[in-house]
Design a protein around this ligand. Structure first.
Ligand code: AN7
Length: 350
């Protein structure tokens, strides 16, 4: 078993000396080649999925959470707090439990996928639904954490980004160099900012190259593309249903500096890409398909020529996080009588 992420990359992470590692053996996720999907999008390039759904709580958040909770543990913090569209909540709850701390998570009422809510509750967090959006909840936890002795573990916490840089390091180590393009979903914009920090840092040390970043927001929650906050964001990809990204400026600067950009994907395109990924054996939650949905749209519109390039798509969360989207939005399985004749009739000629 590999050592914990923070230990493995200790020399590259800017964490205070008091940090005490709290780990669930996060990271070290696979980079999966997707030749069929690449061909469907327009042949002549190499496509890999960085499958972050295989982290301990099923999303990339665990990379940042091990860092934020480890730093908090090292200074004797008793409880942590976050606002969340779901994955941060589950991750904070798990790492707080591991550290023996309390966790308070604020979520937008009725807008968190079942697998995430169940996770936060299972790990023993105090979960509060806010009559408002994620953005309202984030405003509230920022204020609350200034008044009560809890550590804020949203990605405003700089240690979160330190932990999340490790995904960039793993990609470079797996490919031997940075990819030409990296596409990923953008919500509160911490992850794209962390990736860029990681790629730049590794490149400065090892000349590993820099990818162009394609950040993708859901069309109904696209403040960084529109250039202004979205008061009532709406998308089927509830993970990225965010109208006022905390690290929006940093994300725009990263995309620009990298020679890339931030674009939108429609809910239909996101769900279609979720199905296309699953058809090649990789089931991800809707938000996680947004990166590739945006990439596909750019290629189809002739705005992106990938000939001869290497592309990594970050799939941030596991499909199991949001089972309802499949059972509601896709065809429910047919009901058949429990006998062989009925089964054979259904299957027909192979
Ligand atoms: C699956 O859990 O904001 O741009 O509160 O769960 O770094 O915010 C989740 C975000 C992409 C966007 N994919 O990342 C939360 C939360 C998935 C996510 C994002 C999220 P950021």
């Amino acid at each position: 078993m590999k050592p914990p992420l923070l230990q493995r990359y200790q020399a590259l992470l800017d964490l205070p000396a008091h940090t005490q590692i709290v780990s669930l053996h996060e990271g070290d996720t696979p980079l999966i080649p997707m030749p069929r999907l690449a061909q469907a999008l327009g042949s002549g390039f190499e496509l890999y999925v960085k499958y972050e759904g295989l982290n301990p709580t099923g999303s990339f958040k665990d990379r940042g959470m091990t860092a934020a909770i480890s730093e908090a543990a090292g200074r004797g913090v008793q409880a942590v707090m976050c606002a969340s569209t779901g994955n941060t909540a589950a991750s904070a709850a798990a790492y707080a439990a591991r550290a023996g701390m309390g966790a308070f998570v604020l979520i937008p009422q009725g807008k968190v996928a079942a697998g995430k809510l169940a996770g936060a509750l299972a790990y023993g967090a105090r979960v509060l639904q806010i009559e408002g959006s994620f953005d309202d909840a984030l405003g509230l936890v920022v204020e609350a954490s200034q008044r009560i002795p809890v550590a804020l573990v949203n990605s405003l916490n700089p240690y979160r980004l330190q932990g999340q840089k490790t995904a960039a390091f793993e990609i470079i180590e797996a490919l031997g160099r940075a990819p030409d393009w990296l596409c990923l979903p953008v919500g509160n914009a911490g992850n794209i900012s962390a990736y860029w920090m990681g790629f730049v840092q590794y490149h400065q040390l090892h000349s590993s190259g820099l990818p162009a970043l394609l950040g993708v927001q859901a069309a109904g929650a696209a403040p960084l593309v529109l250039g202004h906050a979205v008061e009532q964001p709406e998308t089927v990809a509830t993970a990225i249903r965010i109208g006022k990204p905390a690290r929006g400026e940093q994300a725009l600067a990263a995309a620009h500096e990298s020679g890339g950009r931030i674009v939108t994907a429609s809910d239909e395109a996101i769900l279609a890409m979720q199905r296309q990924l699953a058809a090649e054996g990789v089931w991800v939650e809707p938000a996680s398909a947004a990166g590739l949905a945006g990439l596909a749209a750019e290629v189809a519109a002739g705005r992106l020529d990938l000939g001869g390039k290497t592309v990594v798509a970050v799939c941030t969360g596991h499909g199991l996080k949001d089972p309802d989207i499949v059972t509601q939005e896709m065809l429910a399985p047919r009901v058949v009588p429990a006998n062989l004749a009925a089964l054979e009739k259904e299957i027909g000629d192979l």
